[in-house]
Design a protein. Structure first.
Ligand code: NAD
Ligand code: GLY
Length: 360
């Protein structure tokens, strides 16, 4: 078992990594100053696998355990589901002494975290992430929220968990496509923050693909360490934290243009990173060899890199709807070689897209 700290003064918390550690969860809760009542929030799919061991661990540690099962899927990350959570918390008569445990991927984590941030003006919550994406990204850093019809994550709060408890064994049941999608976020950390890490993933890609536990632990620890260090310096994204959005500007545009159905988030981000690398090269921030190596690694991990066909006008519109647009200019995260980044303000996006052949 290994521990990493997210350093945020009085909101600091630990990330625990281990293999087969769910039965020990209750004792970790006991080490925190939490109340006696807990609501486990999970989804119908994830609950089948992991609800019982987690519930047993909490009961064995003496907690009064309540359970809230959510419908599964991104389309359920909405206000109806959120209100269902509030109803369950109220029906169980949970007061401010209670806490929430989110067991699942980014969808369950984001909704549960937002419910925790807002129920009775805030109760503690803990994350038990069960997808690779959630274990390397969404469970750490305190972004919580839900989607609206008009767009993703438009309602939310920065609200840090009290503990992130990562059991690598939960990835054993994760479908391949979800696993590969999570790897896109891992590659992201290497490209913008750590060339040695990028090389490690490149050199160990075969082991990563078969979910070798030693490689997985190395990927997760380094990814979380990079995210924790960024969040510690810029919790509320006033600048630096934007680096975590590398590949996401075009990735989000692709998700939106394809109606959020065709691509998983990480797949769209993989295409977005390949395009961002091309833009970076075109603007003189990196060499062709860097672009080729980034794209090659994504391909080795069976991630898509080719931009789907939409008109340039559609790409422009979708990109300019991004939250990072101010006064018509967009701040793009570009890679500086491999292992470093620049935040570049682009005012003539059309010219850049044309130069890089983005959009037909
Ligand atoms: P997800 O939560 O929808 O999970 C993907 C699928 O995998 C679901 O069908 C789920 O039931 C299933 N699943 C989860 N764990 C499993 C397991 N161990 N075994 C078998 N099946 C399992 O998707 P995700 O990729 O984890 O998260 C995506 C969400 O995360 C998006 O809503 C995105 O906006 C959000 N996100 C948030 C942050 C943040 O900082 N808060 C960062 C990145 C992404
Ligand atoms: N996933 C981007 C962030 O947490 O800031």
């Amino acid at each position: 078992m290994e521990t990493l700290k997210v350093d945020l003064a009085e909101r600091s918390y630990d990330i625990i990594f281990g293999d087969g550690i769910l039965p020990r969860f209750g004792s970790f809760c006991r080490a925190l100053a939490l109340g006696e009542n807990v609501m486990i929030i999970t989804s119908s799919v994830i609950g089948n696998f992991y609800l019982e061991p987690l519930r047993r661990s909490l009961v064995d540690s003496g907690y009064n355990v309540h359970v809230c099962i959510l419908p599964d899927g991104e389309e359920q990350k909405n206000s109806d589901t959120l209100h269902h959570v509030y109803d369950e918390l109220l029906s169980a008569h949970l007061d401010r002494g209670a806490f929430i445990v989110a067991v699942g991927g980014g969808v369950v984590g984001d909704i549960s975290g937002f419910a925790a941030a807002t129920y009775l003006r805030g109760i503690p919550f803990l994350q038990v992430p069960t997808t690779l994406l959630a274990q390397v990204d969404s469970s750490v850093g305190g972004k919580t929220g839900i989607n609206l019809q008009k767009g993703k994550n438009l309602i939310g709060a920065f609200y840090q968990p009290r503990l992130v408890f990562i059991d690598l064994a939960t990835l054993d049941t994760l479908p391949d496509r979800e696993y590969l999608s999570g790897l896109a976020e891992v590659v992201k950390y290497g490209v913008v923050a750590d060339a040695d890490f990028f090389n490690y993933i490149y050199d160990n890609s075969a082991r990563v693909l078969i979910r070798d536990k030693e490689s997985l632990l190395a990927l997760e620890k380094r990814s979380c360490a990079i995210k924790a260090s960024v969040v510690a310096r810029d919790e509320r994204e006033s600048g630096l934290r934007a680096v975590l959005n590398f590949g996401h500007t075009i990735g989000h545009a692709i998700e939106s243009l394809s109606g959020y159905k065709k691509y998983l988030h990480g797949e769209a981000v993989a295409i977005g990173m390949a395009q961002a690398a091309r833009i970076s090269e075109a603007m003189g921030h990196s060499a062709k060899a860097d672009t080729d190596r980034i794209i090659r690694l994504l391909e080795m991990l069976h991630l898509p890199v080719e931009l789907p066909y939409y008109s340039q006008e559609n790409y422009l519109k979708a990109i300019l709807r991004d939250k990072k647009v101010k006064d018509g200019s967009i701040t793009f995260v570009l890679n500086k070689g491999i292992g470093n980044f620049s935040l570049v303000k682009i005012s003539d996006l059309k010219a850049v897209l044309e130069k890089c052949g983005i959009g037909g």
